[in-house]
Design a protein around this ligand. Structure first.
Ligand code: CP
Ligand code: NVA
Length: 305
């Protein structure tokens, strides 16, 4: 197994499936309040260069529920790559901690952090990808759609870090993944090409949300302007007209289709209130599963399970 978890496809399909099974098992233990403290006397350093609710709380709560201590390091504490180079931060934190989780802007910085850290490094989102989110998403799909095979996922919106994670997942798990984005906001073409060439899944980019959602089991969206791009929101609103997930768009998917969003959502932009509050929305189950999935990821990386 790789020392770090920086991309979903850092893991083989078998490693991924084993981690999903472990997540289900550990979730049950936590729900039953069983005494289970594999991270007793362990600490996790969490570096955040960007804001976060889910990632911070799920990692911190998860690690402490497993008996360990998690330390939050905000932008004012460690300005990785500015106050100190990543290679120095990596070795300093490895001296105190058993694991490092980082949410950064530039993906190259987390790669450098991992290269120089002697302990496992977990990607809690970069401008490029969000692997923990996508692992939690497939756990949620497994629980609520009931299967991980023959799935059609329709993503509507910006070709961003979430899309890159889906594309990289498609090289490990056979999927039909369609991204509907405005012409100027496509996913990274290299990542798209790699996913296509891998030949395991059907991956497509379209500019028509209605085409994308046809026969979809899952309709997924994310904010139109990610962290670091918020200043572009007004301009983006013009380009993303027609890319809102509405009840009408949902009704063009399978009747059993679920709605997913990594959150935080900007209601009224990428998705309407009605869809967010509809019975088919599994967004809060998705958010909760961040903790259970990440617990399994950390246990696997630490060699505890
Ligand atoms: N989905 C997610 O990563 O949420 P936060 O930005 O709140 O951590
Ligand atoms: N694409 C979003 C995801 C937030 C969890 C962002 O990067 O801001």
């Amino acid at each position: 197994m790789n020392k770090d978890f920086l991309h979903v496809d850092d893991w083989t399909r078998d490693e991924m499936m084993a981690a999903l099974d472990l997540a289900v098992e550990v979730k049950k233990k936590l729900k039953n309040r069983e005494a289970y403290t594999p991270f007793k006397n362990h600490s996790l350093a969490m570096i955040f260069a960007k804001p976060s609710a889910r990632t911070r709380v799920s990692f911190e709560t998860g690690f402490s529920r497993l008996g360990g201590h998690a330390i939050y390091l905000g932008p004012a504490d460690i300005d990785v790559g500015v106050r100190e180079p990543a290679r120095d931060v990596a070795r300093v934190l490895s001296g105190y901690n058993d694991m490092i989780m980082a949410r950064l802007f530039d993906h190259a910085i987390i790669v450098e952090l991992a290269r120089f850290a002697s302990v496992p490094v977990i990607n809690g989102l970069t401008d490029y990808n969000h692997p923990c989110q996508i692992m939690a998403d497939i756990l949620t799909i497994k629980e609520h759609v009931g299967r991980l095979h023959d799935l059609k996922i329709a993503y509507i919106g910006d070709g961003n870090n979430i899309v890159h994670s889906w594309l990289r997942l498609s090289t490990r798990l056979p999927l039909h993944f369609t991204c509907a984005c405005p012409p100027n906001y496509p996913p990274d073409p290299v990542t798209f090409e790699i996913a296509k060439q891998a030949g395991l899944s059907t991956v497509e980019v379209t500019h028509d949300p209605l085409v994308a959602v046809k026969d979809a089991d899952v309709v997924y969206t994310d904010v139109w302007a990610s962290m670091g791009k918020k200043h572009e929101l007004e301009e983006r609103k013009r380009h993303f007209k027609g890319f809102t997930v509405t009840p009408k768009l949902m009704s063009a998917a399978k009747s059993s289709a679920v709605f997913m969003h990594c959150l935080p959502a900007q209601r009224g932009l990428e998705v309407t209130d009605e869809v967010m509050e509809s019975p088919g929305a599994i967004i809060f189950q998705q958010a909760e599963n961040r903790m259970h999935m990440q617990n399994a990821i950390m246990l696997k990386l630490a060699g505890k399970a």
